[in-house]
Design a protein around this ligand. Sequence first.
Ligand SMILES: [Ca+2]
Length: 345
Amino acid sequence: MTHPRIPRLKPFSAVLLTAILLTAAQVAFGQNAEKGASSNEASGDTAIVGQLTLDLGKGVSMKLVLIPAGKFKMGNNDTPAETIKKVGGKEEHLTDEYPAHEVTISKSFYMGIYELTQAQWKAVMGTEPWMTKTALGYAGAQPRPAGVDDYPAVWMSSYDAIEFCRNLSKKTGMSVSLPTEAQWEYACRAGSTTTFSFGDDLSKLIDHGWHGGIPAGQKEDYAHRVGQLKPNAWGLYDMHGNVWEFCSDWYDKDFYSRSPSVDPENTTETDLRCLRSGSFHSVPTVSRSSQRARWVGPKQVRYNYGIRVVVATGARAKDKLKSHSNEHEKNKLTTLPRALCSSHR
Ligand SMILES: [Ca+2]
């Protein structure tokens, strides 16, 4: 049996073709998302209907999955006492997760199935920040087995992460950015309202997310190759643990009390940048879906700070590029980073 010959496309053409082919699925899915918006909070069984593959050049690609528009309850759905009973921790570390509030994600978007890998970073940026003398001499440095480059990219600041998105936007013509905190938590929950995307049972966390380091029984006390554990209901891996993931928002502990209900994003500059997910080195409580890191300056780098990108559907790349360009300029004026935080964060 012979197959029709498919002409080889240049990377940019391939991206466009992929986007066009997905349009029909997006339209159909968008209709479903609109229908199910009010009940999407507890669905948890949304089928994966669209994927996008970006060609980063040099034989490297990135897979993303379509995240549907919808509504969800953002923040901690339990009381502090209930949370502590389930996963431990201290009440004073939970205050920024309240009030839990309904948020509408008005547009579907694509999100990286995995944390950004070292191969992907190198293909776009041409650098290896995890290979500096400082990085290699630090606890948590990853090994570099020959031919293996799917460890998460780390040791970049939030500005570096934004620059990566800007460069990838230019390279692909797509609108690539960091997720907002709301987009991140919505995608992490994947329809769930529980402590973790898979439920409340802390004993099952190790099936879904690297955390706790050696004390938790890990044989490797460093970030692991992406995608080795179970994904959430929307096909996203390592949303709990492995490496922290920068978001686009500036951190404000009181943002939830005044944030808009539709597509919230704190664009008012503070001295801290938002991260989500927890890490291989973190205590399990910070791998919860509603956990907000509150200690990372925008220029701070570390062995367990990484990223996961999103790609807008329908928006023009130049709009996002303009936004990123403005923020990159602010880099020159920003406050100094805070000192490295204590261990297990
Ligand atoms: Ca992660």
